[in-house]
Design a protein around this ligand. Structure first.
Ligand code: HEC
Length: 306
C-alpha cells in the first residue's frame, strides 16, 4: 500500500515536472473554495509532539518535494506557500479538506488514514513558527550487534549530555534502521514496517533480516538514524558480516578497470586494448605524415636555393 503510494507520488512528480514549465508563469493559485461543512470539521487530533512528529515524517516523504523543507512552496515544483497569514487564517477542517481532495498539480491524499491527515494539518500549521536550528538538542546514536542463540538482533542506543554534563539515555526517540546500498547514495530501509522508539534505557532492539545481500564477503553497512523534531539529525554507520556473500559483487570490486586484471571481463580487456592501440596507431601515422611534409618542404627549399 505504502509502496503504491510512493510510486504514485513519484509518478505525479514526474508528470508535474514536465508541466511545471508552463505553470511556472502563474505562480499564484486561484482561490480554492472549501465547502462550509468541510471547513467546519473540528480537528480531533491534538498537536502533541507525537502528532507533529508523525506529520513531519509524512511531510518529508510526501510533500517536501513540492512544498519545500520549510513549506514555503519552494520545492522542486512551484506550489502553495503554507506559511502565509492568509493560509493560516483558514480552519483546520479546510486544510484537511485540501490535503484530502487535492487540486491540479497537488495530488489527493485521500488514501492516507484520517489520523495521518490531521497529523499533517497539525504539522503544516506549525511550519510558520520559527524553528531555530540552534535550539535543537544533540544526541548520539550507536549500534550494537547481538548474535546470541542464532537470533541476530540489532540494538541502537541513543544518548545525550545533560545540563550537569552527564551522558544519559534518551527515551522515546524514533530510530530508523537501514543498510547502505551499493551505490553509497541510497539507503534501503530495513525493519521499516513499524516505528521504533527507544525505551527508558535509551535502547531499541529489532530482529535482523537474514536475507540481505552484502558485498563479496557478506559485509553490510548498517545505518541507524534518529528522527525527532527537538534533536538535530544524527546517524551512525557500522559494518557487519551479516549479509549473504554476493559472488557477483560487480559494483564494488569488479568494475574497476585499474584494480585487478583478473576481475576484468575478457571482452572489455580486448576491446580496450584494441581501441587504445588503434588510437596510438593513428597518432603515430599522423606524426609520420607531419615529418614527411616537413622533409618535402626542406627538399623543396633546397631545390629552389640551388
Ligand atoms: C506534486 C506537488 C505537490 C505535492 C506532492 C503536494 N502538494 Fe500541496 N500543493 C501543491 C500545489 C501546486 C498547490 C496549489 C494548488 C492549487 O491551489 O490549485 C498545493 C496546495 C496545497 C494546500 C492548499 C494551500 C492553500 O493555500 O490553501 C495544502 C494545505 C497543501 N498543498 C498541503 C500539502 C500536503 C500536506 C502535502 C503532502 C501530504 C502536499 N501538499 C503535497 C503541490 C503539491
Amino acid at each position: 500500500m505504502k509502496m503504491k503510494r510512493n510510486i504514485l507520488t513519484v509518478a505525479t512528480l514526474v508528470v508535474a515536472f514536465i508541466f511545471s514549465g508552463s505553470s511556472a508563469v502563474a505562480q499564484d493559485f486561484a482561490l480554492w473554495p472549501v465547502p462550509d461543512e468541510a471547513a467546519a470539521v473540528e480537528n480531533p487530533v491534538a498537536p502533541t509532539k507525537e502528532s507533529l512528529q508523525s506529520g513531519k515524517s509524512l511531510f518529508d516523504l510526501q510533500c517536501k518535494a513540492c512544498h519545500g523543507e520549510s513549506g514555503k512552496g519552494d520545492g522542486l515544483i512551484k506550489s502553495a506557500d503554507l506559511t502565509t497569514p492568509e493560509f493560516l487564517a483558514q480552519t483546520d477542517g479546510a486544510i484537511h479538506y485540501k490535503i484530502h481532495q487535492g487540486r491540479g498539480v497537488m495530488p489527493s491524499f485521500s488514501t492516507l488514514p484520517d489520523e495521518q491527515l490531521w497529523d499533517l494539518v497539525n504539522y503544516v500549521r506549525s511550519l510558520s513558527m520559527v524553528r531555530d536550528s540552534a535550539d535543537l538538542k544533540d544526541a548520539t546514536v550507536s549500534i550494537y550487534f547481538n548474535d546470541a542463540d542464532g537470533q541476530r538482533e540489532l540494538t541502537a542506543k541513543v544518548e545525550e549530555t545533560n545540563a550537569e554534563g552527564q551522558v544519559v539515555p534518551v527515551a522515546g526517540m524514533k530510530v530508523n534502521f537501514a543498510v547502505k546500498t551499493h551505490f553509497e547514495v541510497g539507503f534501503l530501509p530495513i525493519v521499516a514496517a513499524t516505528d521504533h522508539y527507544t525505551n527508558d534505557n535509551g535502547t531499541v532492539t529489532v530482529a535482523f533480516d537474514d536475507t540481505l545481500i552484502g558485498d563479496a564477503k557478506g559485509v553490510l553497512h548498517v545505518v541507524a538514524s534518529i528522527e525527532d523534531m527537538d534533536y538535530a539529525p544524527a546517524q551512525v554507520t557500522e559494518a557487519v558480516e551479516w549479509g549473504k556473500p554476493n559472488p557477483e559483487d560487480y559494483w564494488t570490486d569488479r568494475r574497476a578497470l585499474w584494480k585487478n586484471n583478473e576481475y576484468v571481463p575478457l571482452w572489455l580487456l580486448i576491446s580496450f586494448t584494441v581501441s587504445a592501440l588503434g588510437i596510438w596507431l593513428i597518432i603515430g601515422y599522423v606524426a609520420l605524415l607531419a615529418r614527411k611534409i616537413k622533409l618535402e618542404g626542406d627538399r623543396y627549399e633546397n631545390d629552389v636555393n640551388t
